[in-house]
Ligand binder design. Sequence first.
Ligand SMILES: Nc1ncnc2c1ncn2[C@@H]1O[C@H](COP(=O)(O)OP(=O)(O)OP(=O)(O)O)[C@@H](O)[C@H]1O
Ligand SMILES: CC(=O)C(=O)O
Ligand SMILES: [K+]
Ligand SMILES: [Mg+2]
Length: 579
Amino acid sequence: MAASASPAAAAPPPPFARALSSSTSRLFALPLPLHPTRHKSPRIAIRAPIATRSSLISDPAAAAAAAAAAAELGFDAVSEAELREKGFMGMRKTKLVCTLGPACGSAEALERLARGGMGVARLNMCHGSRDWHRGAIRALKRLNREKGFCVSVMMDTEGSQLLMADHGGVSSLKIEDGSEWLFTTEKFEGSRPFTIQVNFEGFSEGIVVGDELVIDGGMVTFEVVEKVGNDLRCKCTDSGLLLPRAKLSFWRDGVLVERNFGLPTLSTKDWADIEFGISEGVDFIAVSLVKDVDDIKHLKNYLARRSLDSIKVIAKIESLDSLKNLKEIVGASDGVMVARGDLGVQVPLEQIPAIQREITLLCRQLNKPVIVASQLLESMVEYPTPTRAEVADVSEAVRQYADALMLSAESAVGAFAEKSLSVLRMACGRMELWNREENQQKLLSQHQLAVSLPDRISEQICISAVEMANNLGVDAIFVYTKHGHMASLLSSNRPNPPIFAFTDNANARKSMNLYWGVIPIQLPLLDDMEENIKQTFNLMKSRNTVKPGDLVLVVSDSDLHGPFPAPSVFQSVQVRTIP
Ligand SMILES: Nc1ncnc2c1ncn2[C@@H]1O[C@H](COP(=O)(O)OP(=O)(O)OP(=O)(O)O)[C@@H](O)[C@H]1O
Ligand SMILES: CC(=O)C(=O)O
Ligand SMILES: [K+]
Ligand SMILES: [Mg+2]
């Protein structure tokens, strides 16, 4: 039976004692050599396990055979290999999203990321051509088909934002203290001395002399010294680098100058990109710079009218407006991204950790998956090892039970995409173990969300099921579900064992890729639950992924049996031993 029974059952010691004892034991369990050579050894220590663990299936022939066999069960090759290698409790719960770009667009690079645990590939429509994105999506889908992966595709819209133009092909501009620059909407080719092009005619509306112009959340700061028609002459007060497409924000007395330019959240180009995404079969659309709940409703209604509600809509929280309307936006969306990059343009940086915490909590209460994004391992764009602060940040997001972590430039243009992914994997493994050891999930607030009786029954079943699973120390939770709803409710209670979610719906399988702790598996489901259970036990046993004696908590979803009250069977929780 599962070795995990004791931590959940034992009464926790007082908080300080617990923190001390568990952190000490954890430190000694770290696979790091404790050499006194301070500078180099930690780099090597972190890197060595990365290299050895970079791929979970390394033999191509074995991988192909595994992929073919897994096809009948619809168990993705990477999770299956992880289960075999690490056992139920070793399976990673936090999902990983990678932004695709020139550094990882080839089929080989994509395959390495998929094997490294990428569950969702993000395409940022701000960059790259449509042809490029099409090539990447098709290559991924081919890999899914041929190699038994189950990577979902997320399209991220460009949105309308106040930006600087490219600097006539120069990669960056050094801005000196005290130098004066003209910010203009005039279009010209190449570059002019001390002149910066801005993409939007109305950019200086409502701005007065003395306002502060902040680039990319603090890369460079200027003071507005003169208005020249619609243009602004600005003096640098804090020197730094201007990168292409840098983002502008204006501040007065330490407060963001809020302006409503009436730009739609989804531009004409965004709608064209969405059509493109639909035609290429993306699984998620992430909406940039969401302002209010209508932005989300608009897109969801549009998709529903075309019977495309299997495409899930992710609200990116990255503006002051979205923070003001947070609860409604989260409630209407299928998931949320804490987009810390742009958030840092509109919000003072020191507020971002608290905002992240608030959003991750709210999302779990409202049962929506949440992705923590941007600059997680930024230094790894150039260096083969993360900073200690980055590892601490990633670990904190895992500690907060975020559903998913996202790589941006690290995977899109970085020199160490796969290594970045392995750093995330290792930080997840360590922190998830710590959360279990400390019974952190017990501290999660129970939020009663459902209103109707059938929904309240589902919710209560999942709360109780997770408590049972933890207290009994079962090896795994099996849930049978059509649309993934019960799987998401189980996930939001953050159980110790992994949740295997069996569905006969390919879209549901793909959307569950963002749910914490859920391993979606596709297979034909029958109306007879007993048959479903027998079938899955047999299939998994034949693939050596479960063995006789393993203890499984089985949950069935009423959506398998039609509307409530179902004619014969509805939701149930059973504890079964694998025969
Ligand atoms: N398809 C692509 N082609 C070229 N470069 C890309 C591509 N996707 C991303 N990048 C590069 O990776 C960097 C980081 O990627 P990311 O998608 O997070 O950009 P971002 O501009 O911060 O996101 P957003 O605009 O959504 O806030 C970008 O600045 C860009 O240079
Ligand atoms: C991911 C993104 O859009 C941001 O961080 O701004
Ligand atoms: K974007
Ligand atoms: Mg953004």
